[in-house]
Design a protein around this ligand. Sequence first.
Ligand code: THG
Length: 366
Amino acid sequence: MAIISQSRRLRRTPFSDGVEAAGVKGYTVYNRMLLPTVFRSVVEDYHHLKNAVQIWDVSAERQIELRGPDAARLMQMLTPRDLRGMQLGQCFYIPIVDETGGMINDPVALKLAEDRWWISIADSDMLLWVKGLAYGYRLDVLVDEPDVSPLAIQGPKADDLMARVFGDAVRNIKFFRFGWFDFQGSSMAVARSGYSKQGGFEIYVDGTENGMPLWNALMEAGKDLDVHAGCPNGIERIEAGLLSYGNDMTRANTPHEAGLGRFCSTQTAIGCVGRDALLRVAKEGPTQQVRPISIAGEIPFCDRAWPIMAGSRKVGQVTSAAASPDYGTGVAIGMVKMTHWDEGTQLRVETPDGPLEATVLENFWI
Ligand code: THG
């Protein structure tokens, strides 16, 4: 593939200088910002992530800040997950839906105060949707994108590295909770979360000027832990069943089709703009749903949907796929029709390089 030209529209991040110095070899574009995809090789990065600790520039997970008396009301308009029980210092993975129940995004929400929230977004233009709702409903709330950039510390040695820079108290942060920690006089939210199943944290770095000092401090502190720059890993995230908005689900899918029904409490999510539509489809249940799929043979790049066939009938599509070193098979995420979604169903995937045998699984690998 040809290179992608750089310009001001394709935003750099507070950590881009460090990412480049670490020898980044590939990027994707996410929320109109650079998101690294490979450092040494995707397979080397994968093994290192599972054995050591990595520093990920995930600035492209932009924050949408809601601030003001109507912030909580606007938050509940966005999602079918009931937010009433959410406490300060909690993170919630929340499906965001439009008025038809179609998925608009699948962010992590942080409740900073009763009247102040961050939405840590996946790759879609959430800011415009949220500002549109706030204006249309004349809500008393400010909506903008602050200069806050997540830096993820992922891998089995993440606790040790973080404790060296932020103190031992980070070890006590519970899964999907955050606390406030000082770095060189700036207070930053530090959460136990991240787009891998290897454990770790996300630091919501406040202020571009703090980016490289923190990056350098972590790199320096982790030398003997074999710390390295990394990024969300295309193989590990499929093994873990972590969905990618725009790849594994789009506005054409409901949260139930995406397998995110467990994050919906639509009945009590009063005010959610997609509530009526979702109550209707949830009653019937989805007729297609995300499934883990193992694929035999050589796995090409998955840069388009691959039809899943039962004989001559199309019964779904593979939306992400990779060769897994640890499981010795092709690992994939697909959307499969209910007639063929049972565990053990044998199907055929039409890749650009030809057909491959596939099996529907019950659970993801990690
Ligand atoms: N962290 C932060 N922001 C993000 C992501 C992130 N924004 C974009 C993208 N990732 C949003 N998508 C996801 C997908 C999965 C998870 C988080 C964000 C995730 N899921 C766990 C799971 O499914 O097992 C845990 C969910 C739970 O139990 O609540 O972590 O990674 N800041």
